[in-house]
Design a protein around this ligand. Structure first.
Ligand code: AHR
Length: 501
């Protein structure tokens, strides 16, 4: 007997799920770039790790943000172009670079390496300009170096450095966490900086580049900040028409849950924190509506994921990969689908080795973490139309958070060809649940083209490493269809996907 019900309304369209909502973030921090994307040991001729590159290409990642994070707030792009032997070694203010055992920044991996890495993976680059310690000229020059096709010193430098054609960089971040590591600014102060930087970065778009550029402003989890920032941006001469395409915020969770000492109560607490993403999206979207109701500003969550106490600057923010983390990613991707009308991008932190990475490396080995499997399972949602999906499921009281955890989550989307893709997650790490999936108009057994499940029989807290990583791949899932309704039995802490033709 089913104890949870998911109801899908294929005609109740929310909006297109922008592929960039499945985006990624890579920072010069610990082993994300050096050892992660790029290394001397296991690399091809260009220094890229071919194993990591292949894993990311297979996932068809839509966008990659770089070079930070806080690192970007003390990064000067010209240090990282030109012959590698001439590039200066620098100490970056963040992540203890240059202290104790943490090496300084060699600048071996710079703009050309990053953009060529993106070309090889087949993903769009998103560059974060330095507002905290940089200036608008530096940001505008960076745009010109990357994207200008004319006869200038900067465009010629790019050519001399091996890239005749301009790179296409569609996304430009105007700073990073400017309420914190990006300059400790008030919302009004950042708004004025934003306008100053965007004047030079935005107008370049018209005068110099042959493609559109989206400018991305930093928001904050403290939502009053966003309202004040947007209000101040709009107080200039251009009013609400001032160029601003997206506003971001960062949401990390699990800070109180040491992975190696946690139990099921901690798992519930972490999942409740992950689900707070919904409220953040709603609140930042309301700030946009209030301040700029005359045009669209997209919401980007450009850093998100688990951040456990194991991840400290001294170990380059590394933490174990678990099924629990992957479940939280499934829950958050469902939330993104429900909010497809406002969400324009997200970038999970961080691609390789750092925080809730999708790929982990150790010497010559590179493997996919369970979170990678969730992104892979959710991939068919990309570019589909999200549709209204409701869940009626038991909840568990999570006293420490003074909240309830819904034990089943779901979302659904419809492809151009009319296929419905439903993802259902059992967020209960203690027990299985039987879930009925009802789709308007009813379902027959012939409609079920495919059904897959992740993590059956796996312990939510088990640490995943090179030896067991292959045990977390998707398997076929049994589906019962009776009276037009589909039923799946989901083990504790599993994620399922059903394709209906
Ligand atoms: O992802 C790690 C750090 O978290 C980033 O550098 C910063 O933007 C955020 O606080």
């Amino acid at each position: 007997m089913a104890n949870a019900r998911v109801t899908v309304h294929p005609e109740a369209r929310i909006d297109r799920i922008e592929p960039e909502v499945h985006g990624h973030f890579s920072e010069h921090l610990g082993r994300c770039v050096y050892d992660g994307l790029y290394t001397d040991d296991t690399a091809g001729e260009d220094g890229f790790r071919t194993d990591v590159l292949e894993l990311l290409s297979d996932l068809d990642i839509p966008v990659l943000r770089w070079p930070g994070g806080c690192f970007a707030d003390d990064y000067h792009w010209e240090d990282g172009v030109g012959p590698q032997e001439d590039r200066p070694r620098r100490r970056n203010l963040f992540w203890a670079q240059g202290r104790d055992d943490v090496p300084e920044e060699s600048n071996a991996f710079g703009t050309d390496e990053f953009l060529q890495f993106c070309e090889r993976v087949g993903t769009k680059p998103y560059l974060a300009a330095n507002v905290g310690s940089g200036d608008p000229q530096e940001a505008a020059d960076w745009m010109e170096y990357c994207g200008y096709d004319g006869d200038t010193e900067l465009a010629d430098r790019r050519r001399e450095n091996g890239h005749e054609e301009p790179y296409e960089v569609p996304f430009w971040g105007v700073g990073n966490e400017n309420w914190g590591c990006g300059g400790q600014m008030s919302p009004e102060q950042y708004a004025r900086e934003y306008r100053r930087f965007a004047t030079y970065m935005g107008s370049m778009d018209n005068l110099m580049l042959d493609y559109d550029v989206d400018l991305i402003a930093c928001g904050f989890e403290g939502h009053e900040w966003n309202r004040r920032f947007l209000e101040e941006v709009a107080s200039g001469r251009w009013g609400v028409d001032f160029p601003l395409d997206h506003i971001t915020l960062h949401h990390y969770y699990g800070r109180a849950m040491t992975v190696s000492e946690s139990d099921e109560d901690d798992y519930d607490e972490l999942l409740v924190e992950a689900l707070e993403m919904e409220e953040h999206i709603e609140r930042i979207a309301s700030a946009v509506d209030a301040a700029a109701s005359t045009r669209d500003i997209g919401v980007i969550i450009d850093e998100w994921g688990t951040w456990h106490p194991e991840a400290v600057p001294e170990n380059g923010l590394e933490q174990p990969g678990t099924v629990l983390d992957a479940l939280s990613a499934a829950a958050v991707l469902d939330i993104f689908n429900h909010n497809a009308d406002v969400m324009t991008m997200s970038n999970i932190a961080q691609t390789v080795n750092v925080l809730q990475c999708l790929v982990e490396t150790d010497g010559d080995d590179a493997w996919a973490r369970p979170t990678y499997r969730v992104f892979d399972l959710y991939a068919p949602h990309k570019a589909n139309e999200a549709v209204t999906t409701t869940v009626d499921a038991p909840t568990r009281d999570v006293e420490r958070k003074d909240d309830d955890l819904p034990l089943v989550g779901a979302s659904a989307s419809v492809s151009e060809d009319g296929e419905t893709y439903v993802t259902v997650t059992n967020l209960d790490c203690r027990e299985g649940h039987s879930v009925e999936v009802e789709v308007d108009g009813g379902v027959t057994a012939d409609d079920v083209a495919d059904a897959q499940v992740l993590f059956e029989g796996q312990d939510a807290g088990l640490h995943v490493d090179a030896d067991n990583a292959d045990e977390f791949v998707a398997e076929d899932l049994d589906v019962d269809v009776a009276d037009g309704v589909l039923t799946v039995d989901l083990d504790a802490s599993t994620v399922a996907a059903i394709t209906l033709e």
